[in-house]
Design a protein around this ligand. Structure first.
Ligand code: FE
Length: 202
């Protein structure tokens, strides 16, 4: 299936090339600090971006009607929360259960649901993750510190330009009465890619 953006190993796409050129010029002129740019990107990839997805998950945990809508038409349910834009036009939510764990990869490049997760982490774009997630998902998960019972099935979803996936992890135990914000605080980026689980409440 076609992928409308490219992070292939041997070339820069035009936008990336322009971005790098701009960064070089601005750095040479002393107008920006590359470390500050890295910090901004890291913040967006790890904090700002995934907070949108965390709000979607928390609402799904808290509101069965929303969860049903999310399962049926994730694109509409997510855009109802205001999370729309490029790389999120066609979304599918995949729900973990007691017997099934979902995990997302883009084997061809790095397709990722930007409106709900922000920028993809470096490991998501790595050739090792992209190939091994499909071949030996259980071993890959173990390397992320997630060891699932043998009885839990693993389903790997291969993202494309047409369809991006959001994993809806199971709601942690002992969270009755939590506000939606408190629930969202438990939702990690990795739990929405499927390489981790939500935090357990203290
Ligand atoms: Fe891709």
């Amino acid at each position: 299936m076609p992928h409308d953006h490219h992070d292939h190993d041997n070339h820069l796409d035009p936008m990336e090339a322009r971005t790098r050129a701009l960064e070089t010029i601005l750095t040479r002129k002393g107008l920006v600090d590359p470390a500050a740019i890295d910090a901004i990107i890291e913040t967006y990839a790890e904090k700002v971006g995934p907070r949108n997805g965390a709000q979607v998950v928390a609402r799904a945990w808290d509101d069965p009607a929303f969860a049903e809508w999310l399962a049926r038409d994730a694109t509409a349910a997510i855009s109802d929360m205001g999370f729309t834009g490029r790389q999120g036009e066609h979304m599918q939510a995949v729900f973990n259960t007691d017997t099934l764990h979902n995990m997302v990869v883009c084997t061809l490049c790095s397709c990722y649901p930007w409106p709900v997760l922000g920028l993809p982490p470096v490991w998501y774009k790595s050739p090792a993750y992209r190939s091994r997630a499909v071949i030996e998902p259980r071993a890959v998960l173990a390397e992320f510190g997630l060891t699932l019972p043998e009885s839990t099935g693993i389903r790997v979803w291969d993202s494309t330009a047409e369809l991006r996936y959001l994993v809806i992890p199971q709601r942690p135990a002992n969270t009755d009465g939590f506000t939606r914000d408190a629930l969202a605080d438990l939702v990690t980026r990795e739990s929405m890619i499927g390489t981790g689980l939500p935090r357990v409440p203290a």
